[in-house]
Design a protein around this ligand. Structure first.
Ligand SMILES: NC(=O)C1=CN([C@@H]2O[C@H](COP(=O)(O)OP(=O)(O)OC[C@H]3O[C@@H](n4cnc5c(N)ncnc54)[C@H](OP(=O)(O)O)[C@@H]3O)[C@@H](O)[C@H]2O)[C@@H](O)CC1
Ligand SMILES: Nc1ncnc2c1ncn2[C@@H]1O[C@H](COP(=O)(O)OP(=O)(O)O)[C@@H](O)[C@H]1O
Length: 430
């Protein structure tokens, strides 16, 4: 993001002008022309606030500005001078229906002083609408961590590009709706937000094997595999097969239950192992003898032991935080950095699940999932995701693209399934 700003073809003062104008417009659209209080910090985030105050005033909104100390950058000083109106100390600022937090953005390196964060929280809580410029003050841009107390905002206007904190917990939960303001810079890099996938079309001459065969290895709790295999069947695989020693209830009749089957079968588009596996590490070992692409989920992740075992396996692994820690231990850094380190160590595409799911590839690509409904937090939804990714893999999508597509579709299916869904219901919305 910072390199994008540095390489921007426009002057920094113009970027600040655009940021401030975008902020004013977004706040006005969101809250309407209600009296506004802008809280401006010493850096360029504060500068954006002074610019926004000027635009809101021009739009005949009743505006007050409260500053935290003097401006510390040339840009912020110029923006403060151009505002030209009254500036009150933040300690004395009375509440307002609309509060716009421009205290700190990407430059925050340490927590706010207690008195300042308490003041911010008090003003935000008493406002009808609370808007943050770029990031709520107190949020660390790269990690999504909270360096001091951060109140809940209704809207966050991000400038130029989303920062990791917009998609990582706990910061993500404080931002309200996040909108991206185009200020004329683009952040080209390996980190991006996962968007709607382009799925492989069904060829006119397709047959069930060419559309993709998913072969599932089931274990002690076949109900989980019933969910995963059903999800694979509903996600466009041409053929879904489950190796099982006993009949599994609840599978669609179109999912074929077989005994042992050769895992070197070149028709297998993707192997799926993990859902319902239980204490059967030998099934993972068996899966790893195959050179076919694979999705490794749930208990199978715990059976891997050494991440290096996955090298050369063309694998997607789908851990939640507990499974992640079991396989990779306590890695340093943010969730994004941990996922990238895990992908590099294992050679696998890592879908690090949770409220802030992200997908990391061994080559450094990193996709942040758009927010998904919290009602996905119910047993079995991870099994459904694993089956979806396996089907997309079998349909010919490369591992990273299949994982990103599965995560995106899973979140949208949950939105449509509604707040009282159970994992079984998701299948109807794939
Ligand atoms: N770059 C661009 O082109 C564009 C950038 N834009 C905007 O700029 C924002 C980044 O601006 P920024 O780098 O000036 O950092 P910012 O977040 O304002 O804070 C830094 C200041 O705060 C201070 N400080 C830090 N922590 C503190 C604490 N706890 N308590 C007290 N003070 C503390 C720190 O002082 P120091 O640490 O040096 O003591 C420094 O003075 C970005 O989020 C976006 O909104 C847009 O205009 C688009 C164009
Ligand atoms: N609070 C939340 N918000 C959004 N998605 C969530 C939340 N909690 C869990 N999820 C998603 O729900 C799924 C749960 O998977 P997992 O933990 O493996 O459950 P299970 O093993 O029961 O299937 C994952 O895709 C995860 O990203």
């Amino acid at each position: 993001m910072r390199s994008a700003e540095a390489a921007a073809p426009v002057a920094l003062s113009e970027l600040m002008e655009r940021a401030g104008q975008s902020l004013a417009e977004a706040a006005l659209r969101f809250a309407g022309p209600v009296p506004a209080l802008l809280l401006c910090g010493p850096g360029n985030n504060g500068g954006d606030g002074f610019v926004a105050a000027r635009y809101l005033h021009q739009r005949e909104v009743e505006v007050r500005v409260a500053a935290l100390g003097e401006a510390q950058t040339d840009l912020a000083r110029a923006a403060r001078a151009a505002w030209g109106g009254a500036i009150e100390p933040i300690e004395d600022a009375a509440p307002a229906p609309l509060v716009i937090d421009c205290l700190f953005g990407t430059g925050l390196k340490r927590g706010l002083e207690d008195a300042v964060s308490e003041r911010l929280s008090g003003l935000v809580k008493s406002a009808q609408w609370a808007v943050a410029a770029d990031l709520p003050s107190g949020v660390e841009a790269d990690s999504g961590g909270l360096l001091s107390q951060v109140p809940a905002f209704d809207l966050t206007v991000s400038f130029g590009a989303l920062k990791p904190a917009h998609r990582l917990m706990p910061a993500m939960a404080r931002m309200g709706r996040v909108v991206l303001a185009d200020i004329g810079i683009t952040a080209d890099g390996p980190w991006f937000e996962i968007g709607e996938p382009a799925l492989p079309p069904v060829a006119p001459d397709a047959h069930k094997y060419s559309r993709g065969l998913v072969h599932c290895l089931t274990g002690e709790m076949p109900g989980a595999m019933a969910l995963a295999a059903s999800a694979a069947a509903r996600s466009g695989a041409g053929y879904v097969r489950v190796s099982t020693s006993a009949p599994i209830a609840g599978l669609p009749r179109s999912v074929v239950q077989v005994g042992d089957a050769p895992l070197a079968d070149p028709r297998i588009g993707c192997l799926l192992v993990g859902p319902g596996l239980g204490k059967l590490p030998q099934l993972l070992t068996l899966a790893l003898t195959s050179h076919r692409p694979k999705v490794i989920d749930a208990e199978a992740i715990g059976h891997v032991g050494d991440p290096a075992r996955l090298k050369g396996q063309d694998a997607v692994i789908t851990p939640h935080s507990g499974e992640f820690a079991t396989l990779f231990g306590e890695l340093p850094g943010s969730k994004a950095e941990q996922a990238l380190a895990a992908a590099a160590a294992s050679g696998a595409v890592v879908v690090y699940k949770g409220a802030d799911t992200l997908v990391a590839a061994p080559d450094g690509r990193l996709g942040f999932a758009p927010p998904a409904p919290a009602w996905l937090a119910t047993a079995g939804t991870g099994d459904v995701l694993a089956g979806m990714i396996a089907a997309l893999r079998a349909r010919g999508m490369p591992a990273f693209e299949a994982a990103c597509a599965g995560v995106w579709l899973h979140g949208r299916a949950a939105e449509r399934a509604g707040p009282y869904m159970i994992a079984d219901d998701l299948l109807e919305w794939l």
